[in-house]
Design a protein around this ligand. Structure first.
Ligand code: SAM
Length: 236
Protein backbone atom coordinates (compact mmCIF):
# COMPACT_ATOMS: atom_id res chain seq x y z
CA UNK A 1 0.00 0.00 0.00
CA UNK A 2 1.39 3.40 -0.98
CA UNK A 3 0.25 6.92 -0.19
CA UNK A 4 2.53 8.42 -2.84
CA UNK A 5 -0.30 8.66 -5.38
CA UNK A 6 -4.08 9.19 -5.10
CA UNK A 7 -5.90 5.84 -5.01
CA UNK A 8 -8.74 7.14 -7.17
CA UNK A 9 -9.92 3.64 -8.05
CA UNK A 10 -10.87 2.74 -4.44
CA UNK A 11 -14.55 2.83 -3.48
CA UNK A 12 -15.92 3.56 -0.03
CA UNK A 13 -18.12 0.91 1.55
CA UNK A 14 -20.89 3.37 2.44
CA UNK A 15 -21.25 4.34 -1.23
CA UNK A 16 -22.37 0.78 -2.02
CA UNK A 17 -26.17 0.97 -2.35
CA UNK A 18 -26.36 -2.57 -0.92
CA UNK A 19 -24.24 -1.94 2.18
CA UNK A 20 -25.60 -2.78 5.64
CA UNK A 21 -28.30 -0.24 6.61
CA UNK A 22 -27.52 -0.67 10.29
CA UNK A 23 -23.83 0.04 9.84
CA UNK A 24 -24.61 2.96 7.55
CA UNK A 25 -27.00 4.49 10.11
CA UNK A 26 -24.39 4.16 12.89
CA UNK A 27 -21.77 5.66 10.57
CA UNK A 28 -23.95 8.73 9.93
CA UNK A 29 -24.65 9.02 13.68
CA UNK A 30 -20.92 9.14 14.47
CA UNK A 31 -19.87 11.47 11.65
CA UNK A 32 -20.43 14.41 14.00
CA UNK A 33 -17.94 13.06 16.52
CA UNK A 34 -15.29 12.36 13.89
CA UNK A 35 -15.79 15.68 12.07
CA UNK A 36 -15.39 17.54 15.36
CA UNK A 37 -12.15 15.70 16.03
CA UNK A 38 -10.54 16.05 12.62
CA UNK A 39 -12.18 18.63 10.36
CA UNK A 40 -11.14 22.03 11.84
CA UNK A 41 -14.52 23.70 11.18
CA UNK A 42 -14.19 25.73 14.38
CA UNK A 43 -11.14 27.47 12.94
CA UNK A 44 -12.70 27.77 9.47
CA UNK A 45 -15.77 29.34 11.08
CA UNK A 46 -13.72 31.86 13.07
CA UNK A 47 -11.28 32.82 10.32
CA UNK A 48 -13.30 32.61 7.10
CA UNK A 49 -17.01 32.37 7.79
CA UNK A 50 -17.58 34.69 10.75
CA UNK A 51 -16.09 37.76 9.01
CA UNK A 52 -18.51 37.21 6.11
CA UNK A 53 -21.44 36.86 8.50
CA UNK A 54 -20.41 40.09 10.20
CA UNK A 55 -20.27 41.92 6.85
CA UNK A 56 -23.70 40.58 5.93
CA UNK A 57 -25.08 41.60 9.32
CA UNK A 58 -23.73 45.15 8.94
CA UNK A 59 -25.64 45.31 5.64
CA UNK A 60 -28.79 44.07 7.41
CA UNK A 61 -28.72 40.82 5.46
CA UNK A 62 -29.58 37.36 6.88
CA UNK A 63 -26.94 34.89 5.72
CA UNK A 64 -27.73 31.79 3.67
CA UNK A 65 -25.35 28.81 3.83
CA UNK A 66 -25.36 25.81 1.47
CA UNK A 67 -23.64 22.50 2.42
CA UNK A 68 -23.03 20.30 -0.65
CA UNK A 69 -22.74 16.54 -0.03
CA UNK A 70 -23.97 17.21 3.51
CA UNK A 71 -24.34 13.55 4.58
CA UNK A 72 -26.32 13.55 7.83
CA UNK A 73 -25.83 17.31 8.19
CA UNK A 74 -23.70 17.64 11.32
CA UNK A 75 -21.31 20.22 9.84
CA UNK A 76 -24.16 22.45 8.68
CA UNK A 77 -25.91 22.21 12.08
CA UNK A 78 -22.65 23.09 13.80
CA UNK A 79 -22.00 26.13 11.61
CA UNK A 80 -25.56 27.40 12.03
CA UNK A 81 -25.37 26.91 15.80
CA UNK A 82 -22.04 28.79 15.99
CA UNK A 83 -23.44 31.65 13.88
CA UNK A 84 -26.55 31.91 16.07
CA UNK A 85 -24.45 31.90 19.24
CA UNK A 86 -22.62 34.87 17.76
CA UNK A 87 -25.97 36.58 17.20
CA UNK A 88 -26.10 36.34 13.39
CA UNK A 89 -29.32 35.79 11.44
CA UNK A 90 -28.61 32.72 9.34
CA UNK A 91 -30.36 29.87 7.52
CA UNK A 92 -28.90 26.70 6.03
CA UNK A 93 -29.65 24.20 3.29
CA UNK A 94 -27.92 20.84 3.04
CA UNK A 95 -28.02 18.83 -0.18
CA UNK A 96 -26.87 15.30 -0.94
CA UNK A 97 -27.72 13.08 -3.91
CA UNK A 98 -27.92 10.00 -1.66
CA UNK A 99 -31.45 9.46 -0.31
CA UNK A 100 -30.02 7.50 2.64
CA UNK A 101 -27.99 10.54 3.74
CA UNK A 102 -30.95 12.89 3.44
CA UNK A 103 -33.04 10.33 5.36
CA UNK A 104 -30.51 10.46 8.21
CA UNK A 105 -30.29 14.28 8.28
CA UNK A 106 -32.51 16.02 10.83
CA UNK A 107 -33.93 19.45 9.92
CA UNK A 108 -34.09 22.14 12.57
CA UNK A 109 -35.17 25.77 12.80
CA UNK A 110 -33.87 27.44 9.64
CA UNK A 111 -32.02 24.29 8.56
CA UNK A 112 -33.39 22.20 5.69
CA UNK A 113 -32.13 19.17 3.81
CA UNK A 114 -32.90 18.12 0.30
CA UNK A 115 -31.89 15.34 -2.06
CA UNK A 116 -30.19 17.14 -4.93
CA UNK A 117 -27.01 17.72 -6.89
CA UNK A 118 -25.52 21.20 -6.92
CA UNK A 119 -26.29 21.41 -10.66
CA UNK A 120 -30.03 21.33 -9.91
CA UNK A 121 -29.71 24.38 -7.66
CA UNK A 122 -27.73 26.20 -10.35
CA UNK A 123 -30.45 25.36 -12.89
CA UNK A 124 -33.07 26.73 -10.49
CA UNK A 125 -31.14 30.01 -10.26
CA UNK A 126 -30.57 29.57 -6.51
CA UNK A 127 -27.81 31.54 -4.79
CA UNK A 128 -26.29 31.51 -1.31
CA UNK A 129 -23.89 33.76 0.53
CA UNK A 130 -21.64 30.91 1.59
CA UNK A 131 -21.11 27.42 0.14
CA UNK A 132 -19.32 24.72 2.12
CA UNK A 133 -18.58 21.01 1.86
CA UNK A 134 -16.79 18.49 4.03
CA UNK A 135 -15.06 15.35 2.78
CA UNK A 136 -16.58 15.73 -0.66
CA UNK A 137 -13.63 16.60 -2.93
CA UNK A 138 -11.88 13.26 -2.60
CA UNK A 139 -15.12 11.48 -3.55
CA UNK A 140 -15.36 13.07 -6.96
CA UNK A 141 -14.10 11.92 -10.33
CA UNK A 142 -12.32 14.50 -12.52
CA UNK A 143 -15.45 15.72 -14.32
CA UNK A 144 -17.51 15.83 -11.11
CA UNK A 145 -14.72 17.77 -9.40
CA UNK A 146 -14.66 20.42 -12.14
CA UNK A 147 -18.47 20.58 -12.14
CA UNK A 148 -18.56 21.05 -8.36
CA UNK A 149 -16.11 23.96 -8.53
CA UNK A 150 -18.07 25.60 -11.34
CA UNK A 151 -21.39 25.10 -9.52
CA UNK A 152 -20.15 26.37 -6.17
CA UNK A 153 -18.51 29.41 -7.77
CA UNK A 154 -21.94 30.28 -9.22
CA UNK A 155 -23.95 29.40 -6.11
CA UNK A 156 -21.69 31.10 -3.53
CA UNK A 157 -21.98 34.86 -3.85
CA UNK A 158 -19.31 35.68 -1.25
CA UNK A 159 -17.35 32.56 -0.31
CA UNK A 160 -17.05 28.84 -1.09
CA UNK A 161 -15.01 26.55 1.18
CA UNK A 162 -14.53 22.85 0.42
CA UNK A 163 -12.73 21.10 3.27
CA UNK A 164 -11.03 17.75 2.98
CA UNK A 165 -8.19 15.57 4.23
CA UNK A 166 -4.55 16.22 3.32
CA UNK A 167 -3.25 12.82 2.24
CA UNK A 168 -0.12 11.68 4.04
CA UNK A 169 1.40 8.85 6.05
CA UNK A 170 0.99 10.56 9.40
CA UNK A 171 -2.70 11.31 8.73
CA UNK A 172 -3.19 7.66 7.78
CA UNK A 173 -1.40 6.32 10.87
CA UNK A 174 -3.15 8.77 13.22
CA UNK A 175 -6.62 7.99 11.85
CA UNK A 176 -5.91 4.29 11.80
CA UNK A 177 -5.31 4.36 15.57
CA UNK A 178 -7.58 7.26 16.55
CA UNK A 179 -10.67 5.80 14.88
CA UNK A 180 -10.45 2.49 16.74
CA UNK A 181 -12.70 3.50 19.69
CA UNK A 182 -15.52 4.86 17.50
CA UNK A 183 -15.25 2.44 14.59
CA UNK A 184 -16.94 -0.77 15.80
CA UNK A 185 -20.21 -1.43 13.98
CA UNK A 186 -19.58 1.37 11.47
CA UNK A 187 -17.78 2.05 8.19
CA UNK A 188 -15.89 4.93 9.80
CA UNK A 189 -12.44 3.40 9.96
CA UNK A 190 -12.40 1.42 6.74
CA UNK A 191 -13.95 4.28 4.74
CA UNK A 192 -11.89 6.92 6.52
CA UNK A 193 -8.68 5.13 5.53
CA UNK A 194 -9.95 4.76 1.96
CA UNK A 195 -10.83 8.47 1.99
CA UNK A 196 -7.28 9.38 3.03
CA UNK A 197 -5.89 7.29 0.18
CA UNK A 198 -8.26 9.03 -2.27
CA UNK A 199 -7.50 12.51 -0.94
CA UNK A 200 -5.20 15.17 -2.37
CA UNK A 201 -1.89 16.48 -1.14
CA UNK A 202 -1.70 20.30 -0.94
CA UNK A 203 0.41 20.40 -4.14
CA UNK A 204 -1.99 18.13 -6.04
CA UNK A 205 -5.00 20.19 -5.02
CA UNK A 206 -3.27 23.47 -5.92
CA UNK A 207 -2.49 22.00 -9.32
CA UNK A 208 -6.12 20.94 -9.82
CA UNK A 209 -7.74 24.27 -8.91
CA UNK A 210 -8.38 26.94 -11.55
CA UNK A 211 -7.90 30.62 -10.58
CA UNK A 212 -9.17 32.29 -8.46
CA UNK A 213 -9.54 29.16 -6.30
CA UNK A 214 -6.73 28.64 -3.83
CA UNK A 215 -5.59 26.11 -1.22
CA UNK A 216 -5.55 26.94 2.48
CA UNK A 217 -4.43 24.77 5.42
CA UNK A 218 -6.52 25.10 8.59
CA UNK A 219 -4.62 22.19 10.17
CA UNK A 220 -1.80 19.80 9.45
CA UNK A 221 -4.08 17.09 8.10
CA UNK A 222 -6.57 19.39 6.35
CA UNK A 223 -6.96 21.18 3.04
CA UNK A 224 -9.40 23.85 1.97
CA UNK A 225 -10.30 24.81 -1.58
CA UNK A 226 -11.39 28.43 -1.16
CA UNK A 227 -13.16 30.63 -3.69
CA UNK A 228 -14.07 34.29 -3.39
CA UNK A 229 -15.86 35.76 -6.40
CA UNK A 230 -13.78 38.33 -8.26
CA UNK A 231 -16.80 40.63 -8.02
CA UNK A 232 -18.67 39.63 -4.85
CA UNK A 233 -22.26 40.77 -4.59
CA UNK A 234 -22.25 44.38 -3.42
CA UNK A 235 -23.94 44.73 -0.08
CA UNK A 236 -26.17 47.80 0.29
C1 SAM B 1 -17.95 11.05 3.21
S1 SAM B 1 -19.53 11.68 2.97
C2 SAM B 1 -19.41 13.20 3.85
C3 SAM B 1 -20.72 13.64 4.39
C4 SAM B 1 -20.67 14.91 5.22
N1 SAM B 1 -20.30 16.04 4.41
C5 SAM B 1 -19.75 14.77 6.40
O1 SAM B 1 -18.67 15.32 6.38
O2 SAM B 1 -20.13 14.08 7.35
C6 SAM B 1 -19.56 12.26 1.29
C7 SAM B 1 -20.94 12.64 0.83
O3 SAM B 1 -20.82 13.20 -0.47
C8 SAM B 1 -21.96 12.82 -1.21
N2 SAM B 1 -21.62 12.92 -2.64
C9 SAM B 1 -20.98 12.03 -3.41
N3 SAM B 1 -20.88 12.49 -4.67
C10 SAM B 1 -21.46 13.70 -4.69
C11 SAM B 1 -21.67 14.70 -5.69
N4 SAM B 1 -21.28 14.53 -6.95
N5 SAM B 1 -22.30 15.84 -5.33
C12 SAM B 1 -22.70 16.03 -4.05
N6 SAM B 1 -22.54 15.13 -3.08
C13 SAM B 1 -21.93 13.98 -3.38
C14 SAM B 1 -22.22 11.40 -0.78
O4 SAM B 1 -23.56 11.01 -1.05
C15 SAM B 1 -21.89 11.47 0.70
O5 SAM B 1 -23.04 11.71 1.48
Amino acid sequence: MTLAVRAEHLAERMDDPDCSETMLRRTYERFGLVNRAVACWGRVYRELIRPELAALERAGHAARILDIGCGAGDVLHRLIAAARRDGFAVAGVGIDPDARAIGAARPGPGVHFRRAYSRELVDEGATFDLVVSNHLLHHLGADEFDALLADSARLGERLSVHSDIARGRLAYAAFSLGALPVAPGTFLRVDGLTSIRRSYTPAELAERLPAPWRVERPGRFRLLAVHRPVSPRILP
